[in-house]
Design a protein around this ligand. Structure first.
Ligand SMILES: O=C(O)CC1=CCC(=O)O1
Length: 276
């Protein structure tokens, strides 16, 4: 694990392999370890895989209060600077996808391509915003343990919950480790995020939108709307998956991502394995 200081706190990340940089950004209550199936797949293919802990999660500083998405996307730029990577493909999941959209707006010259999984561009309406703020207060007061039971059936699909116990265990381990103040601060920041619809419309980099076929947050709508906004984007629907296809159906997710990356730049030539 490495760490880089930012004005909003220290940001933890891992850095494996050599080649074109892929930056992975995790979802709410999770951490950078959610991308283990992608590290294992893409490093031997000749990519440099950077997995970042959002401020408030994992090895990043638990920051109380409110963490705006701009602070998370500035943290991605700080990680790229620290890693000496001028540009990267950013792969963001759920809140991480919205951080990736913020990065696309703030650092367009550093973005090679964009992958958005289980996410949407629009701002929250007043009801959803109020729910997020109430949940932030609840998590800060109660911790995450009780909420984990409510969250899990939305995070993972029914098939995963029934037949993939190691995935369920990994998800529960990440959630149990989440800092309640950090989670609350991330929720407050997400609730006040801007609308990224125009950012999505203005994207000029190759883009892939991924969604699980049984994603209960998406309800068969949001990813298709997002893909329709982004000029020339591809939409990949992963069968037998809920909200988190990279963990639930890693072989399918990795195959979609690999094909997309090859279509963008051709396959890199695998180099020596390096872990920093
Ligand atoms: O989209 C949501 O509100 C819920 C969610 C699951 C993972 C994440 O980042 O957010």
């Amino acid at each position: 694990m490495r760490a880089v200081p930012t004005p909003s706190g220290s940001v933890g990340y891992t850095d494996h392999g050599a080649g074109p940089a892929l930056v992975f950004v995790h979802g709410f209550l999770l951490d950078k370890s959610m991308w283990l199936p992608q590290i294992v797949h893409f490093v031997p293919l000749g990519y440099r895989v950077l997995c970042v802990d959002l401020l408030g999660f994992g090895d990043s500083t638990p920051a109380p209060g409110t963490i705006p998405l701009t602070a998370h996307s500035a943290a991605l730029a700080a990680v790229l600077d620290a890693a000496g990577a001028e540009t990267a493909t950013v792969i963001g999941y759920s809140i991480g996808g919205q951080v990736a959209l913020d990065f696309a707006a703030a650092q367009p010259d550093r973005l090679t391509a964009l992958v958005l999984s289980g996410t949407s561009a629009a701002a929250d309406g007043p009801d959803v915003r109020a729910e997020r703020l109430a949940l932030a207060d609840r998590l800060a007061a109660e911790g995450v343990d009780d909420y984990a039971e409510e969250f899990l059936p939305h995070l993972l699909g029914a098939r995963t919950l029934r037949d993939r116990p190691s995935v369920v265990e990994h998800a529960l381990t990440m959630i149990a480790a989440a800092d309640p103040e950090g989670a609350a601060a991330a929720l407050r920041g997400r609730a006040e995020r801007p609308d990224y619809t125009e950012v999505a419309r203005a994207l000029t980099v190759p883009s892939l939108v991924v969604v699980g076929a049984e994603d209960s947050f998406d309800r068969g709508v949001l990813a298709a709307e997002l893909a329709a906004l982004i000029p020339g984007s591809r939409l990949a629907v992963v069968a037998d998956s809920g909200h988190t296809p990279s963990l639930e159906r890693p072989l399918s997710f990795n195959a979609e991502l690999e094909e997309f990356l090859e279509s963008v730049a051709g396959a890199p030539r695998p180099g020596p394995l390096r872990t920093r």
